[in-house]
Design a protein around this ligand. Sequence first.
Ligand code: UDP
Length: 234
Amino acid sequence: MYKRIVLKLSGEALAGDKDGITFDDTVIWSLVSQIKEVINKGTQVCLVVGGGNFWRGRSAASGMDRTKADQIGMLATVMNAIYLADAFRQNGVFATVQTPIPFGTMTELFSKDAALARLEKSEVLIFAAGLGHPFFSTDTITALRGAELDVDGLFFAKNIDGVYDDDPAVNPNAKKIDVIKSEEIVKNNLKVIDMAAANLCFERKIPVVIFGLNEEKSIIRAVSGEKIGTIVTV
Ligand code: UDP
């Protein structure tokens, strides 16, 4: 039973089958109801949202300034977070979007104390705009917020059911890895989660689970300790 977790939702996973763009409400309603259940069972939940369903800085046209491209990416995560927070509201769960940089009346500025106070009240926290700086990804902020808030588990919900030894889209013989050490990810430069995130998990000894968002009740199953997806041990 986890006391406090950070769950990272990739933008693409939020889009479900909708060609990787905008939102699939079936996916959103399912994740909201699952998270509600997880909270009711006593786990405090922070979410980090990606932006890949709208924009990723690294995929911008080659002539584009990377800082500007990443700024658009961060704005995409804020759009996702506001959408998600409202989905929670519609389902009777109080959710607040916290960002590391000010967005006026749209979000709250992150602070550890404010975050913990909200979590104690069984509210959901959604972290958006990443670290507020370019050249990072939302994986990094997931690990950073996890370390800052002393979580006992980090969960990465993806549109693939775990980590493979090769790209399964290219290699039909690629095998799913059930358990891997965070040290191996760092040493072998495996592109499972980004390196800055993997290093932090390794250093702070935070266990990680990477799983598919679209599998039946996968959030509840992963958080209750069922062996789904890939477990990254410390
Ligand atoms: N981003 C950034 N700094 C951060 C986090 C995110 O610049 O700390 C930008 C970056 O352009 C990234 C985009 O926001 O591509 C969306 O985040 P990410 O790629 O992690 O989303 P996902 O692929 O998980 O949907």
